[in-house]
Design a protein around this ligand. Structure first.
Ligand code: AMP
Length: 418
């Protein structure tokens, strides 16, 4: 890896400013905010343990939710400090600010191996603006900067980018944590020269979100499998009827260009040949956003390449699931991003589950490297209890996609070169 990691550092006695991704889901229970999923905290433990062992004085910074520059009590990181202390098995100090005298005083009291969590950096508008003066204030307590927040690395904010620049300018080191290192290894290095065949599976809602990724992977993959609503834009581009399916009609030219590029480069590019369809019916109920809830009634398998006018494609069909599974079975490297259908509804999860199963089998039987590029595919694998049976699951959503597009993430660019 081209960037410095914490393995290259000696932080004994130094103040380590560590940016982590503790944007955990919280729920109010009896007037208290309770963490409902602590995966993000757990993911940072190896980095914390290594830095504690090395004798660093750890100052952790993170954001939680979108408080928009206000001290929004429901978005305080205080409950995270308590949970982290339990998980680490040692005390974690907390200061209800991320800059200023109180922070400096507490940091002054830290001993080697001590851990301090600062309050939500987004209580200040300057964080998202990457305000240089604010970055200077954060950097006041930093000898070394470590970034382990891959999920926030696509944003050039003060705690992900600005503070690293200040530390580097002073001659301090800026390094990747172990989680960040793994993300860069699997989404980056491993896909640079993948073992072949390299099979890419893409799904989810929109072609527009993933077209840059498709374009880049067309230069690397042997096979690309397209599922989810994305497939309907490709179907429309090929002249098929897609009924009431979710589609981006203004992206058919982009889809056509991808199909053409696949042909030119000899990349096998598969779009579902059959689909699960359902009839959308607008109800009187309103969803959280105040929009009418649409029921999807009478699901059935549609084997025709055209989808009837009043029906909506909601999942890949069984024949497509089988074709996709066969392609996956022969793979040596697999990258998967995005579900094959509306998997949140178990009536439309079969396609996504079949792909998940095929990915796991290729990993276990074939020794394939299976890399799950974040977001809903991770949710789908966890839901099917298969999360620990793939090689790597990214913790990033937007960050993973941007990284796969080949964009240099600001939070990574700011780290010191080896
Ligand atoms: P993305 O964030 O782009 O990976 O999209 C994930 C979302 O795509 C999930 O919430 C799925 O429910 C949705 N999705 C997948 N297939 C379809 C489909 N055929 N129609 C509508 N939404 C879909």
């Amino acid at each position: 890896m081209a960037k410095l990691t914490i393995r290259d550092l000696n932080v004994r006695g130094k103040r380590v400013f560590l940016r982590v991704d503790y944007n955990v889901p919280l729920e109010e229970k009896d007037g208290q905010m309770v963490i409902t999923d602590d995966t993000r905290i757990k993911e940072t433990l190896p980095t914390l343990k290594m830095l504690i062992e090395q004798g660093g004085k750890l100052i952790l910074a993170a954001h939680l939710g979108r408080p928009k520059g206000q001290r929004e009590p429901s978005m305080s990181l205080r409950p995270v400090a308590a949970r982290l202390a339990e998980m680490l098995g040692r005390p974690v100090a907390f200061v209800d600010d991320c800059i200023g005298e109180k922070v400096e005083k507490t940091v002054g009291l830290l001993k080697e191996g001590d851990v301090l969590l600062l309050e939500n950096v987004r209580y200040y508008n300057e964080e998202e603006k990457n305000d240089p003066a604010f970055a200077e204030k954060l950097a006041k307590v930093a000898d070394v900067y470590v970034n382990d927040a891959f999920g926030a690395a696509h944003r050039a904010h003060a705690s992900t980018e600005g503070v690293a620049r200040v530390v580097a300018k002073r001659g301090g080191k800026c390094a990747a944590g172990l989680l960040m290192e793994r993300e860069l290894k699997f989404l980056g290095d491993e896909l640079e020269n993948p073992a072949r065949p390299f099979v890419v599976i893409l799904g989810g809602a929109k072609v527009s979100d993933k077209i840059k990724v498709i374009d880049r992977l067309l230069e690397k993959a042997d096979t690309i499998l397209i599922g989810g609503a994305m497939a309907y834009t490709f179907k429309l581009a090929q002249g098929f009827k897609i009924g009431k399916s979710l589609v981006e009609p203004d992206k058919t030219d982009v889809a056509k260009a991808a199909l053409e590029k696949a042909k030119q480069r000899g990349v096998q590019f598969l779009i579902p040949t059959d689909n699960i369809v359902a009839t959308p019916v607008v109800t009187d109920k309103l969803n959280k956003k105040g929009k009418p809830v649409i029921d999807l009634n009478d699901p059935r398998t549609n084997t025709d390449k055209n989808i009837p006018d009043n029906e909506e494609g909601v999942d890949i069909g069984p024949a497509s699931a089988e074709t996709f599974s066969k392609a996956i079975a022969g793979a040596k490297t697999i990258l998967w991003n995005g579900p094959m259908g509306i998997f949140e509804d178990k009536r439309f999860a079969a396609g996504t589950n079949a792909v998940a199963q095929a990915v796991v089998e290729a990993t276990q039987k074939n020794g394939a490297k299976s890399i799950i590029g974040g977001g809903d595919s991770v949710k789908a694998l966890n839901k099917a209890k298969l999360g620990d049976k793939v090689t790597f699951m990214s913790t990033g959503g937007g960050a993973s996609l941007e990284f796969l597009e080949g964009v240099e993430l600001p939070g990574v660019a700011a780290l010191s070169d080896k």
